[in-house]
Ligand binder design. Sequence first.
Ligand code: UN1
Length: 499
Amino acid sequence: MVETLLQVKKLANYIGGEWIEAKGETTPVINPATGETVVEVPLSDASSVDDAVKAAKKAQKEWALVPAPMRAEVLYRVGSIMKERKERLSQLLTMENGKVIEEARGEVQEGIDMAFYMAGEGRRMFGQTTPAELKDKFAMSVRAPIGVVGLITPWNFPIAIATWKSFPAIVAGNGVVWKPATETPIMAFELAKIFEEAGLPKGVVNVVFGSGSAVGNAMVNHDGIRVISFTGSNDTGRKIAAQCGQQLKKVSLEMGGKNAVIVMDDADLTLAVEGILWSAFGTSGQRCTACSRVIVHEKVKDELENRLLEEMKKLSIGNGLDESIKVGPIINKAGIDKIKKYMEIGKEEGAELLAGGYVMDDGEHKQGNYFAPTLFSNVKPDMRIAYEEIFGPVVSLIPVKSFEEAVEVNNSVEYGLSSSIFTSDVNQVFKAQRDLDTGIVYVNAGTTGAEIHLPFGGTKGTGNGHRDSGVQALDVFTEWKAVYVDYSGKLQRAQIDVE
Ligand code: UN1
């Protein structure tokens, strides 16, 4: 099935508008649902990065001179092609990443939405005019492209996150060097083909496949790349930030989360259970925005617990290409090992394991990487399972006595990506949006489901203050340029010749 969809056995880099076979080794892309090899992906080296930067630099000079509304026309075409190919892209996404087909379709839709939304920015790209302090002088601030930007994208949202970063970079007039995750390179391969078909000039986007230590590192340290936009693990992000800091290179980081759903005693519990299940076990918990803590008012704790356990029994786990499956596999064995380690930690810490907690390797699950949806109860905020990111289908229930305590527990972790509260008290709603220290706050919905025209990102250890998607993404990929036009015909000195 993969062969018929993909028609290649080995992916090639896309550099300067050419498909270039990388020298050296390849590594297999494994379908996490079946253990089968989907395709081979090259492990490029620093020389491919250098070729890509050269191509991007050359193309960017011309691209920056194309008026933004015309640059946007390419994105409209990209969006249209993605729309035509939505089902194909979704199937391939499920095969390389494992997420269930319904969610794969949602993710591809997120990319399509981003294309049309960012294309619209081509006709806005608003600057500001500001009065000048001197007579007959005009002052304005405009967005200018930065040059060549480097994108390092993760395997959990291989197409959506790539579009959050590449589309604003392109419409703003930059050249792009992009390293997708080696676990999920097919979406990058497909998107590069779409850029080509949509008529994006050669070299504006370049894709280099390979590891973080070779390709990522070469990008971060290449003096031709002026911006690094990274989504991935906290450890890697911190290292990138340090290296970029040394070089005074702009860096946008989007890292982990330890997102909580707060359930107050006046909540609609049926709705809360639905919200928790969707945001905790969707994508098998492998979202930065996944709910991994439920902070519950003690008055409704037992009831919520029972209802959750009841509904968890109904989750079907398996190959996401089957439309009836609700929870897919874990990306790889390393992911499984990490989750397993937290089972031990949780038990040692004295948390109560109510459901799951084991690798599923029976029958149809044998070939893939499956972990049973897991619920720990009576978890205390100072247990590691309550504050470290697990990146799997694992939820910790933390009982609290009040709204204030719920907020405190929510904010006690190092991360600050997403949070949610279920309540019917309007005062609590407004207090929560003010007090929850996360970049995204949901009311009466789970912690996932960000829409692309709003800023995506977090506070504290989740990032470094930048945002993906939304109009705010343009701040990462543009410089603000102050422009003064003096039409007085004489030398007017600021601060001195003011009347
Ligand atoms: C991620 O969690 O890594 O809000 C991205 C969501 C999706 C994007 C998630 N729209 O869950």
